[in-house]
Design a binder for this molecule. Structure first.
Ligand code: HEM
Length: 465
């Protein structure tokens, strides 16, 4: 009996403490003018619900509080905005104090000159320097030939093998960028660079706990190792006095490049390019393979487009700019894949001062999660939204509509969009013209918070003919 009473007492105490803690956290953030919503537990807020329930957490909160509500997640008080018009406004108005609000671990590991960490004129400078490297002319004359050469080799020798397409597309995204950055040296450094880069990426997604063995600590260490490798690359290039026609060559060419970056800025710019194009390009490529497998009619149409290009050329001829421009259906497949899989759920912003938004007063330093996932499934924009239907994108006006946030929007809209599309298109070209494939089966795919196959996505590959 006594034990029973102790247990009941303990449970009652626990319930009272939990209720008190939840209430305390609500009262703490009950400032006049804030939008409705719940704040969850002190410190962790509603992070667990957010990660566990994913999109359903957002939908449930929206059903209770509308399109613009408060929460507490990833360690900070935050607003979730699901209103397309408001989202557009936030993305277009960085100058009003709505700057990128990515976690501290990201800027610690990606560097203080990383594009997401800089604002105002510094951002203009770093973005200008990046755009000069990946302009359409640069893609046509310098980058596409490198991408083509890389894809040919990367996609050779897959016949009669079981391939983990998730690993292959990750390697592809990293190594293809590395080749564009430092063409001559990439082959030599790629094997030591790759594991460090993978650790760096995991570190940016981890909680900033700087203790032995944590992903964050490993990420910081990986940054140090990568800095060492890149500094050596710069030193060797200076010593050789040879001018190289690649991204690093352009960045180091102080005479001809109007953006004169310091060595630290060059290094952070390289890390930005590698990091930003890595997960986006690899996941879109993997999901395109998945959707093409599941939709034979789409695959047939895509293959037709690529075989028509191949027929005009000898097997050893590379893909050229005009070929790329003619890949209309491929572009449609890429947009439809990004939409249906929602490769990017949204982007994070932070208020630099107290401000009024949507009729509410948002305090300084709050995060705003510009959540764009739901717009991808809006039946008014995309009839039959759950169908994989690339044909819808052949109507070009869909790419130009106001609420397309697949590549972000406003001053931070993805500068690597066309480069990313060129990489995925070239990958698809060699993949569908050289091979047929079937899924081994049994692999799980997670859609939230990131699209990933926890144990890989395995396909059995055979030669196309
Ligand atoms: C399918 C491929 C890609 C997708 C879906 C994608 C998506 C996005 C999105 C949604 C943003 C907005 C982030 C924000 O507003 O906070 C963004 C920004 C950015 N992307 Fe991409 N991206 C892709 C490929 C690439 C590639 C290949 C590069 C390589 C250069 C790149 C470089 C960047 C950079 C540097 C930014 C930050 C721009 C700034 O802050 O001014 N992206 N991307």
């Amino acid at each position: 009996m006594a034990i029973f009473m102790v247990v009941v007492g303990f449970v009652l105490m626990l319930c009272t403490s939990c209720t008190a803690l939840l209430r305390w956290n609500e009262v703490r953030y009950r400032k006049k003018g804030l939008p409705p919503g719940t704040m969850g537990w002190p410190i962790i807020g509603e992070t667990t619900e957010f990660l566990k329930q994913g999109p359903n957490f957002m939908k449930n909160q929206r059903a209770r509080y509308g399109n613009f509500f408060k929460t507490h997640f990833l360690g900070c008080p935050a607003i979730i905005s699901m209103d397309p018009e408001m989202n557009r406004y936030i993305l277009m108005n960085e100058a009003k104090g709505l700057v990128p609000g990515y976690p501290q671990s990201m800027s610690d590991i990606l560097g203080k000159c990383n594009i997401a960490a800089v604002h105002g004129t510094s951002h203009k400078h770093m973005r200008g320097a990046l755009l000069a490297l990946i302009s359409p002319t640069m893609i046509r004359d310098q980058l596409l030939p490198k991408i083509d050469a890389f894809m040919r080799t990367h996609l050779s020798d897959w016949d009669n093998k079981i391939i983990n397409i998730q690993d292959k597309t990750k390697e592809m995204a990293l190594l293809s960028s590395l080749k564009q950055i430092a063409t001559k040296e990439s082959g030599l450094i790629s094997q030591s660079f790759m594991p460090e880069f993978f650790k760096l990426v995991s570190g940016t997604l981890a909680l900033p706990i700087d203790l032995p063995g944590t992903k964050y600590r490993q990420g910081l260490q990986a940054r140090k190792n990568i800095l060492r490798m890149l500094r050596k690359l710069l030193e060797d290039r200076r010593a050789s006095e040879e001018t190289q026609l690649d991204m690093l060559g352009c960045l180091m060419n102080k005479d001809e490049n109007k953006y004169k970056l310091t060595d630290d800025e060059i290094i952070d710019q390289i890390i930005t390019i590698l990091y930003s194009g890595y997960e986006t390009v690899s996941t879109t490529s993997m999901m395109a393979v998945k959707y093409l497998h599941d939709h034979p009619k789409v695959l047939e149409e895509l293959r037709k487009e690529h075989l028509a290009i191949r027929e005009k050329r000898r097997p050893e001829d590379p893909i050229e700019w005009n070929d790329l421009k003619s890949m209309r259906f491929t572009r449609a497949v890429i947009f439809e894949t990004s939409r249906l899989a929602t490769i990017v759920n949204g982007v994070l912003r932070k208020t630099t001062k107290e401000m009024e938004l949507n009729g509410f007063v948002i305090p300084e330093g709050w995060r705003i999660y510009v959540y764009t996932r739901e717009i991808n499934y809006d039946p008014y924009i995309y009839p039959d939204p759950l169908a994989f239907n690339p044909w819808r994108w052949l109507d070009k006006s869909l790419e130009n509509q106001n609420y397309l946030f697949i590549f972000g929007g406003g001053t931070r809209q993805c500068p690597g969009k066309e480069l990313g599309i060129a990489e995925i298109s070239t990958f698809l070209h060699y993949f569908v013209t050289r091979y047929r494939w079937e899924e081994v089966g049994g692999d799980k795919l997670m859609k939230f918070p990131r699209v990933e196959a926890p144990n890989g996505l395995h396909i059995r590959v055979s030669a196309a003919n």
